[in-house]
Design a protein around this ligand. Structure first.
Ligand code: NAD
Length: 304
């Protein structure tokens, strides 16, 4: 089965996808890529991929196709529009969506594709651009187990933790749980930094000390320096986190599960977006605390 996948289609060559595509090339797969942004395509072609003009063309030339797109409507369009993959599926009739999108939509996409004998896996990731660059992503996969086994060699080239977690939509549900924890954790770090700053404590020292105690977290470790330096450069944009927090709350509403902490942190992200900071990195949520505690100068924008 492993040797059967040689040609991998890849659609969505943004912050994450460009690294993931490069890692698939390094792992020896033949890549056929597409993105609506021509600069993104040019960069990956330089790394050894072949370009295709449309999702349908990617499907026509590939054994399996991977998607790494911003949101649910983007995935829907690449699958079902006039030049979508449903019309020219890849040879192994397998599509793996690694974007973070709605688990409810995933179940519908999966059923619509299954009616055409096309397997669809939801395989969202955690680990950010560094995880994408280092092929050390955590990948949580929902869908048919035979399809998972077929996709496994491709996914192994992208992550160090690749787990089949259940039926269609289960991967996205786990990813939304991950995002809930990340969002609430970032807010907790912002609050600790705001309090420490007002108390005159050195924030870098605080981070260093807390990394050795029970408040240690991936967010404090990886995003803490950018929070303290007020560097807004985006790895994961505030707009993308808002998209995920919305998906978390839609699922919670459907299942009647109250999530008060998620609701609270969502208001902070909305505050950031209302101040024009949606393209800033996630870590720049601290700017909301700058404003409310009147502790720092005007917020920087990632574009400045
Ligand atoms: P991005 O916006 O940087 O990249 C998305 C790419 O998709 C862009 O190059 C865009 O031009 C392309 N695109 C959009 N619509 C398209 C279409 N219809 N056809 C072809 N190409 C299209 O986003 P990203 O940061 O790489 O994130 C991608 C997904 O991964 C999102 O769902 C995000 O939530 C998730 N994710 C991101 C991170 C992160 O740290 N950035 C981490 C984990 C998961």
């Amino acid at each position: 089965m492993r040797k059967m996948i040689r040609k991998v289609g890849f659609i969505g060559l943004g912050t994450m996808g460009q690294w993931m595509a490069a890692n698939l090339i390094k792992a020896g797969f033949q890549l056929i890529v597409h993105d609506v942004a021509s600069e993104a395509v040019a960069k990956t072609v330089e790394a050894g991929a072949a370009a295709a003009d449309s999702p349908a063309e990617v499907g026509r030339q590939s054994d399996v196709v991977i998607l790494m797109l911003p949101n649910t409507p983007d995935v829907q369009s690449v699958l079902f529009s006039n030049d979508g993959l449903i019309h020219t599926p890849p040879a192994k009739r397998l599509i793996v969506d690694m974007s973070t999108i709605s688990p409810v939509a995933v179940r519908q996409f999966s059923a619509d594709l299954a009616a055409k004998k096309i397997a669809f896996l939801d395989a969202p990731v955690s680990g950010g651009p560094t995880g994408a660059r280092d092929a050390s992503l955590t990948i949580m996969v929902g869908g048919d187990s035979d399809a998972f086994e077929m996709a496994r060699p491709v996914l192994n080239a992208l992550g160090t933790s690749v787990t089949h977690v259940g039926n269609a939509g289960a991967g996205q549900t786990l990813k939304l749980c991950n995002q809930l924890i990340c969002g609430v954790n970032i807010q907790a770090i912002c609050e600790a930094l705001a309090l420490a700053r007002a108390s005159g404590i050195d924030l870098s020292l605080l981070r260093q000390v807390l990394l050795g105690g029970s408040a240690v977290s991936w967010m404090l470790d990886k995003l803490g320096p950018a929070m303290i330096d007020r560097d807004p450069a985006a790895g994961f944009r505030i707009d993308l986190m808002l998209k995920d927090l919305k998906l978390v709350q839609e699922l919670a509403f459907e299942l009647s599960v109250p999530l008060p902490a998620t609701a609270l942190v969502t208001t902070q992200y909305l505050d950031a977006r209302a101040h024009g900071e949606g393209s800033n990195g996630n870590q720049a949520l601290f700017t909301v605390y700058d404003r409310s505690s009147n502790q720092a100068g005007p917020p920087k924008r990632a574009s400045e």
